[in-house]
Design a protein around this ligand. Structure first.
Ligand code: ZN
Length: 291
């Protein structure tokens, strides 16, 4: 298996930069230019960063620089306390799908949400089973629209430490159960984003990557798990600085048919405090030596 893996050691062809990694150093238009200058031709931007430079402005810059997307972040956050809130979430996801189409993204990544209000520190109820039902209904409704404009949806399971605030889908198995329920034909319209930070610990990781298969493996996010971890959200490590066996996992992904990018996604107060040039150069070097 290892022998058949793609060789990342000399190039940047399969490197993508999730632009949250540099969100405190540079605006998105600068990030695009800095990536292009280094031969990095793929990014994964976030909606707020896109809004800050303008959707159409960015779309033009991407065409001019030859930079493409490995994904668009993010849709999701489906659960709500009432019917109006559920509808507002669906409307917002529809806009996210449209933006992803405008930018030529290969998928819209879904952080599905969980207990309404929990992110703000005021959960409006404690019924996570209800949240999971609303998530599945919300994905089903969004999928119908996304199919009509040919934008695949990628469910990203989040580490269980985020189960109250950000995502009530916490394992690959859970995400794939939703895929099986809503897209039994494995059409490619619905799949998963495998973010190693969230799933590295899962004893079922290898078997669930194999279960997902090429049709459902829509994205591969990399960083590292530091010991100790000092912040639940913003202490991700640079690849090679922690305990995740990234190359082994890429082997499982590729054995299952994944042939897309390795997207570097590092939310880190440490790396946000370093010069952008240093961060990007380090990402490139670690992509070659560790991923
Ligand atoms: Zn991710």
């Amino acid at each position: 298996m290892t022998a058949a893996m793609r060789d990342f050691s000399s190039g940047a062809e399969w490197l993508s930069i999730n632009t949250a990694t540099l969100r405190k150093q540079w605006k998105l238009d600068r990030i695009v230019d800095e990536c292009a200058r280094r031969g990095i031709h793929t990014i994964a931007p976030w909606r707020d960063q896109v809004a800050a430079v303008g959707l159409e402005v960015l779309a033009r810059q991407l065409r001019d620089t030859g930079v493409g997307l490995s994904g668009y972040g993010r849709g999701g956050f489906f659960p709500a306390a009432d019917a109006a809130g559920l509808q507002a979430a669906l409307d917002d996801n529809r806009r996210a799908v449209d933006e992803a189409v405008t930018l030529g993204a290969p998928c819209l990544v879904l952080v599905v949400g969980s207990l309404p209000g929990a992110l703000e520190g005021r959960p409006l109820h404690k019924d996570i089973a209800r949240a999971r039902r609303e998530v599945q209904d919300g994905i089903a409704a969004t999928l119908e629209y996304a199919r009509s404009v040919q934008m695949p949806l990628a469910i990203e399971p989040l580490h269980p430490m985020q189960a109250a605030e950000r995502a009530c889908i916490n394992t690959l198995a859970q995400a794939l159960d939703v895929c099986d329920a809503l897209d039994p034909a494995r059409s490619g319209a619905l799949g998963v984003a495998v973010d190693m930070y969230h799933v590295w610990w899962d004893p079922l990781l290898a078997t669930q990557i194999a279960r997902a298969g090429r049709e459902r493996l829509l994205a591969f996010h990399v960083c590292d798990w530091l010991t100790p971890t000092r912040d639940l959200l913003n202490d991700r490590g640079m690849m090679g600085d922690g305990v995740i066996e990234l190359r082994q996992a890429r082997g499982w992904m590729e054995a299952a048919g994944y042939a897309g990018h390795a997207e570097v996604e590092i939310f880190s107060e440490h790396w946000w405090g370093r010069p952008g040039d240093e961060v990007l150069d380090t990402c490139l070097e670690r992509h070659r030596s560790v991923v």
